[in-house]
Design a protein around this ligand. Structure first.
Ligand code: ADP
Ligand code: MG
Length: 592
């Protein structure tokens, strides 16, 4: 065996160790399935033997009564075999579906535990494939695959025994074909493995391409990119076809080769057997039975080779699932989470350095203290790192250097759920789920009553426009909040934050798509909410943050200025330039 083969074997065993526990709770199904397999195989193997008895003991001597008895017995046997095969298919599929249900459940909850950074690296299309079609492929391995292999092995064993019992010389002649079959199978497997791998890769590429096209269909249509996109797709599609044809080629060579080996063996049996009949060493019935058996004998061998490949695909799929399940969430609660000594709502970033990728620092040496109840505004150009800073407070990402403290306790020491409960956050991109407006405000939080949610909707200026929706706040929204404008979605996000009584509020450009009038009304409501709460307000529009206790200017990932509105204006640096650009365009132009 070559080195890659050994590596493959090790991998396969590791996979099985990981996957088999899913089968364990349902071992009764397997046991029953195997028992039924034995019955069905037994019935199949007995068939030719009965034919032999019928020919030699009854037909040859003209015993019609005996022949009918045997025929009756044969029919009974076939019925039993049929029922057993039926029951086995049922039991095995029951087993497979249960196991898949469990695996899907675990994959889903595992995906939910993975942290934001993982999703930056793994395209959604691929993750969806893991959770759906890869699990289906795994089912093939666990249920039909394993059982079919058992069936075939049992059948082979039965047939070989029967052949040896009837005439061991002729049996050995028949077995002579086995090495040839194994060689053929071995060559076939070697060729088909890479072909199958190519197919899987092509399918994955086509899937992600379609997924991305659909997600960005509007952009593609607006920028009239359909033709370019179709051209790119044609390339992938061709590869998809080519890959499949590769496998077809393998099969189209393999099957005829097996057929030929079968034919040669049958010819040998007839030739050798014919001679044996002449010398009295073999009966006619035995020869017929032999021929029937040899037909049966090659089928499982051929099937095993073919199934082996289906199993290869299933193994690859399970490998991907196991890899997903073994991906440790990059961010998780510590073993022994601590609670802060005092819950005052203070926030501290202590010499924080952060990069999404290795050493491309997005935040450099950030030092910031937000006192309990204080309102701190963060301003800065697009890409300055404002959203990143907010994400670090909720430990969506892990800092590389320094520490982030909430209530004086390092976020890495908090239980994650408890930590995040301390915050109400309005993210820059508000994500809405399919469901009603109210559902989207409550998000299934039992501590928020419907009345709370309605009040929050009122305060976030939603009620005004929601009245015009067909069912008001109970109107069902489409996926991702389809049917609402960007600004309306932001308002739902604000209502979400308002409905929660968390002590720390983080607003990331929460009103950037809302008109000035609505913004002012929301500001007033937020002002009430903000009272006595610590808050971090990121804003592009400087009018939003004039009430802040302190303003932090973030520039290229560093804090460049800190102070009140008036102090910063007086400094005449970045903030004052931003301010002038927004409020005195003519003056700014004159100066610039
Ligand atoms: N998920 C991410 N992966 C890699 N880089 C990111 C990611 N999110 C943001 N960045 C980069 O980090 C920098 C700061 O982004 P961000 O904090 O969103 O800026 P702001 O909110 O101030 O506009 C940008 O240069 C951006 O390209
Ligand atoms: Mg941002």
């Amino acid at each position: 065996m070559t080195a890659p083969d050994l590596a493959t074997e090790r991998r396969d065993r590791r996979l099985l160790r990981r996957v088999l526990p899913y089968a364990r709770p349902y071992w009764r199904f397997i046991a029953l399935g195997v028992a039924l397999v034995l019955v069905a195989a037994g019935a199949q193997v007995a068939g030719p033997y009965l034919v032999r008895i019928a020919i030699d003991d009854h037909i040859a001597v003209g015993d019609a009564d005996g022949l009918f008895r045997i025929l009756g017995f044969y029919v009974g046997l076939l019925t039993v075999g049929f029922l057993a095969a039926y029951g086995q298919a049922w039991v095995v599929n029951l087993f497979g579906q249960r196991v898949m249900r469990d695996i899907r459940r675990d994959v889903f909850s595992h995906i939910q535990r993975l942290h934001a950074g993982w999703f930056d690296r793994n395209p959604i299309g691929r993750v969806v494939t893991r959770a759906t079609s890869d699990v289906d492929a795994l089912n093939e391995l666990l249920s039909s695959g394993v059982v079919m292999i058992i069936t075939d092995v049992v059948l082979l064993g039965g047939i070989m025994t029967a052949l040896l019992l009837m005439n061991w010389r002729l049996a050995l002649v028949t077995f002579g074909a086995v090495p040839a079959l194994f060689v053929a199978g071995w060559v076939f497997r070697r060729r088909i493995r890479p072909a199958f791998r190519r197919v899987r890769e092509a399918v994955a590429a086509v899937n992600s391409f379609i997924q991305e096209t659909l997600t960005g269909i509007e952009v593609l249509q607006l920028f009239r990119q359909q033709r370019r996109r179709a051209r790119e797709y044609r390339v992938l599609n061709r590869e998809h076809t080519g890959a499949h044809l590769d496998t077809v080629l393998c099969f189209s060579v393999f099957y005829p080769v097996v057929e030929m080996i079968t034919a040669v063996t049958i010819a040998v049996i007839v030739g050798y057997g014919g001679g044996a009949i002449g010398s009295g060493a073999l009966t006619v019935g035995a020869l017929v039975a032999f021929l029937m058996y040899s037909e049966m004998f090659f089928r499982p061998i051929r099937d095993l080779t073919e199934k082996f490949n289906i199993l290869q695909g299933a193994l690859a799929a399970s490998e991907r699932i196991v890899e997903l399940l073994s991906t440790e969430p990059g961010i998780r609660s510590p073993e022994n989470p601590r609670l802060p000594a005092r819950r005052d709502g203070s926030l501290t970033l202590n010499r924080v350095w952060f990069a999404y990728n290795d050493k491309d620092w997005v935040l450099e040496d950030i030092h910031l203290d937000v006192a309990p109840g204080e309102m701190v505004a963060v301003v800065g150009h697009t890409g300055a790192g404002k959203t990143t800073l907010a994400a670090l407070l909720l430990r969506l990402y892990e800092v590389q250097r320094g520490s982030v403290l909430v209530d004086g306790l390092d976020v890495r020491e908090w239980d994650l759920r408890t930590l995040r409960r301390q915050f109400s956050m309005v993210q820059q991109d508000v994500h809405l789920f399919s469901g009603s407006v109210l559902d989207n405000i409550r998000l299934g939080d039992p501590s928020i009553s419907e009345a709370d949610a309605r009040r929050a909707a009122e305060e976030a200026e939603i009620s005004a426009w929601a009245e015009r929706l067909p069912h008001g706040l109970d109107t069902r929204l489409g996926e991702r909040g389809a049917g609402l404008s960007q600004g309306q979605r932001q308002l739902v996000g604000i209502a979400r934050a308002m409905a929660r009584k968390s002590r720390i509020l983080v607003l990331d450009e929460a009103t950037s798509s809302v008109d000035t009038e609505t913004e002012r009304a929301v500001q007033t409501a937020l002002g009430r909410v903000l009272r006595n709460r610590t808050s971090l307000v990121i804003a592009h529009r400087l009018s939003t943050i004039r009430g802040a206790d302190r303003i932090v200017v973030l520039h290229h990932g560093r804090i460049r200025e800190v102070g009140s509105h008036h102090e910063l204006l007086a400094r005449g640096d970045i903030y004052s330039r931003l301010y002038e650009l927004q409020f005195e365009p003519e003056a700014a132009l004159a100066v610039g």
